[in-house]
Design a binder for this molecule. Sequence first.
Ligand SMILES: [Zn+2]
Length: 122
Amino acid sequence: MLRCQRCGANIPESQATNLEGKVLCEDCCFDLLNPPKACDPLAVSSTLSIRKQLGQKGTDGLSQMQKLIYDTVVHRGEISKDELMSTLHLTPESLEREFAVLRHCELLRAFKKDSKVYFVKY
Ligand SMILES: [Zn+2]
């Protein structure tokens, strides 16, 4: 067993990742390679103003990234998965993970059009 040097989790040797000389679990490695963009002041202020306009309460308690995804979809009305990933600098895996929560909260839904996946408000 190895120990993640970031979060302290015990990790089987086969799942340990070596990043810049540190032993990390897969989650920490993923977080470090995909830093959240939520501290971008422009993105935050436009997110806030959109939320204010819509008087949203439904996203209370969601993570910054989930709120950002939700607000981006609401703002665009309809956005393809590819475009959403490139806009928010998300990997397919992290988008799937965040979207699962949003879908579960009935905030967003996905549909297919011309073999592409699109997201819209629920
Ligand atoms: Zn870790």
